[in-house]
Design a protein around this ligand. Structure first.
Ligand code: NAP
Length: 307
């Protein structure tokens, strides 16, 4: 059976990744789009989810690609209508929203998929396997990118609930919580918030593995020139470096994996399988660390930033 999906929020990530990935994936097709200001080609178009659900009673699944601040009500509505739901990352603006969605999806016997695209980067599975048999001594994360390049014209990302630099930073935390075989907890954080924004432009996090290995992360949105998405792990038996957002792996300096980004097709294969099983995959570990950073982090005002 081919899943008939409706996509909500036809913006940057929907066009860059979701539609091309779905094209490549057996077992799922987009038959409708709900977007206030955009229209999909070759599909039925609706101004919002209400209209799409009313006009497409045969839909099996709803893919939510809007900013996180508006995704909860849409996800609830879709689940209550009996649809399987694919959530872009982060799965919600708050932890409590995502927990409520998991409970609702269970009660309604539909799939809820909280997607974490960086976990599907080419080298993440190998990094996880390599670390499984080693003792982690220290982890350093550097996630530095140019917000003007990656997020032009996205006011929501600077507003409360938009996460600021944690929007990319949560990708690093999604890899961290995937490859470390024990819980990671937040110890302290500092958040640099521009005077004219509600969300941070920079953050430094101190965390630890359950065994006590230090984990430090720096997220910065002011990096021009080469961009950095690195996770370095020192172990009792070698050094691992994941770079290019998880698509390149070096072990003791030797390149093991360097592959193009195929994250979204892998996520859609997963979603097709999850819906066949009516299963839920909604890990909140990355979101919980972000929430903890906002809970106990020092908020440090910094100079205004014009994006
Ligand atoms: P976007 O282009 O700014 O927004 C996506 C679409 O959502 C917009 O085109 C808009 O469509 C709708 N939308 C925007 N604000 C809305 C609001 N306040 N209420 C209802 N609908 C609204 O954002 P994006 O870059 O695609 O990111 C969307 C999500 O994907 C985010 O959670 C982000 O973290 C995640 N993501 C983004 C990237 C990336 O590279 N950009 C990568 C991975 C994941 P209409 O105006 O037509 O309704």
């Amino acid at each position: 059976m081919t899943i008939r999906a409706g996509l909500v929020g036809l913006g940057k990530i929907a066009r860059d990744q979701h539609l091309p990935a779905i094209e490549k994936t057996a077992g799922i097709e987009v038959v409708a789009v709900a977007s206030r200001n955009a229209q999909g080609e070759g599909v039925s178009n609706y101004p919002n989810l209400d209209a799409m659900l009313a006009g497409e009673p045969e839909l099996d699944a709803v893919i939510l690609c809007q900013p996180p601040q508006v995704r909860y009500q849409a996800a609830r509505q879709a689940i209550l209508a009996g649809k399987h739901v694919f959530l872009e990352k982060p799965p919600g603006a708050t932890v409590s929203e995502v927990e409520a969605l998991v409970a609702l999806a269970k009660a309604r016997n539909v799939t809820l998929y909280a997607s974490w695209h960086s976990r599907y980067a080419a080298a993440v599975a190998q990094a996880k396997a390599w670390l499984a048999s080693r003792t982690i001594e220290r982890i350093d994360i550097q996630w530095r990118e140019d917000v003007r390049h990656w997020h032009p014209g996205q006011p929501w990302i600077w507003e409360a609930g938009g996460f600021g630099v944690f929007d990319p930073g949560i990708n690093a935390l999604s890899i961290l919580t995937e490859i470390v075989p024990e819980p990671v907890t937040l110890l302290s954080a500092s958040l640099e918030v521009p005077q004219n924004k509600d969300a941070p432009i920079g953050a430094a996090l101190k965390m630890a593995t359950a065994s006590g290995a230090p984990v430090e992360a720096v997220f910065d949105w002011r990096q021009t020139g080469p961009q950095t998405w690195d996770i370095a792990v020192e172990t009792g038996n070698g050094r691992l470096l994941l770079s290019e957002g998880g698509n390149m792996l070096r072990l003791d300096g030797e390149v093991q994996v360097k592959a193009p980004d195929e994250e979204y097709p892998a996520m859609y294969r997963r979603f097709v399988q999850l819906t066949a099983d009516k299963a839920i995959d909604a890990d909140i570990a990355p979101l919980r660390l972000v929430a903890d950073a906002f809970l106990c982090g020092r908020h440090c005002p910094t100079t205004a930033f014009e994006d």
